[in-house]
Design a protein around this ligand. Structure first.
Ligand SMILES: [Zn+2]
Length: 348
């Protein structure tokens, strides 16, 4: 009886005090069973598990939208942004007219204020969580995947997944998105303009499979999916939320099935991912300063990194660095390089 009462209280924190984030930080561990409530307008909210909430209007529009954040637990701005959207829906300020799945990713890392606990969760998707010894992060990645799979349960509907992040380092381009490899499918001009409407005007086209979350939804379910970098990491409460206003408004329009903001295509800058540099030796080091900003550009032939006996150099044209991190585990990606590209017949 007492346990039932306690569970009811936890649920009420969300539905009456209207805060998914507070509830998740107080109870980051797996929940025993889903709990549902219905809003006055008939919208059904189902707390599927800790930090995982499905919002289903009585008569949804044509889109199934996944918004994930906190896959890296210390990337707080997107978590606060998504939580604000959920609060607005619960309070009735924002009317949800599409099926929506919200996920606060790495709950344990969020509580600790760290990027991960044992590993980088954004390398655990497309089944990578099943390799090697199990741990709470792998279990969580499997759960996130499963809830996305359950959510995309009807064919013929539009599928979107925006996996929201902030970067560890400064960036010459504050906001950017990685567009996962999608063999056989053209890149979407509409999506590039949609992201520009979120304030994300730089797009990186990926050309190889990976174990990131956005690639999972793109590859397995044909979703328009992106890893979206919205700025720099700060602790909870220290984000200047005005910097995310364009994104919040555009996502609100998407959820509410209202006309979207589509800036002219010329506003966006697109890069091809050129080199994916994985670390193979413990002594891996960059030849540039550790604090170098994302999108710093280097001329042809420049030595970028030394990995054992292998030298990583810029090729025949100038390349810019993105996500350099010499501290990754062996076998993981230590650097991407990108080169500007045109919006050509690969797009439609
Ligand atoms: Zn991240």
């Amino acid at each position: 009886m007492a346990a039932t009462r306690k569970k009811q209280l936890e649920c009420d924190v969300l539905f009456e005090h209207q805060d998914l984030l507070a509830l998740t930080l107080a109870h980051p561990q797996p929940r025993k069973q889903p709990q549902s409530r219905t809003l006055k307008d008939g919208t059904r909210l189902t707390l599927i598990d800790s930090g995982i909430l499905a919002i289903e209007p009585l008569r949804p529009g044509d889109s199934d939208i996944v918004l994930s954040c906190g896959v890296h637990g210390n990337e707080t701005a997107p978590i606060e942004l998504v939580n604000d959207l959920v609060n607005a829906i619960i309070s009735g300020e924002l009317v949800c007219r599409q099926r929506l799945l919200v996920q606060l990713g790495n709950t344990e890392a969020m509580v600790k204020g760290t990027r991960g606990v044992q590993e980088n969760m954004n390398r655990l998707f497309s089944g990578a969580h099943a390799r090697g010894e199990s741990n709470p992060e792998k279990a969580r990645a499997a759960l996130l995947e499963q809830t996305v799979r359950d959510f995309y349960n009807q064919s013929g509907r539009k599928r979107f997944h925006y996996d929201l992040h902030t970067a560890i380092r400064d960036s010459q381009r504050e906001k950017f998105a990685v567009y996962p490899y999608r063999p056989g499918r053209a890149w979407s001009i509409e999506q590039i303009r949609f992201l520009a409407g979120c304030g994300v005007e730089t797009i990186l086209l990926s050309h190889s499979p990976t174990t990131t979350y956005s690639y999972y939804s793109s590859n397995e379910f044909g979703a328009d999916a992106f890893t979206v970098e919205l700025g720099k990491v700060y602790p909870f409460g220290q984000n200047e939320m005005s910097r995310f206003e364009a994104c919040r408004k555009q996502l609100s329009r998407l959820i509410a099935a209202q006309p979207l903001e589509y800036p002219p295509l010329a506003q966006s800058v697109v890069f091809d991912v050129c080199q994916v540099v994985n670390k193979h030796h413990e002594g891996f080091r960059f030849s540039f300063d550790d604090a170098q900003a994302n999108f710093s550009e280097y001329p042809p032939g420049t030595l970028l990194a030394q990995d054992g006996d292998t030298e990583v150099r810029v090729g025949a044209v100038a390349e810019s660095i993105v996500f350099p991190n010499a501290k990754v585990a062996l076998g993981q990606r230590a650097l991407l390089t990108v080169v500007p590209t045109a919006i050509d017949d690969r797009f439609e």
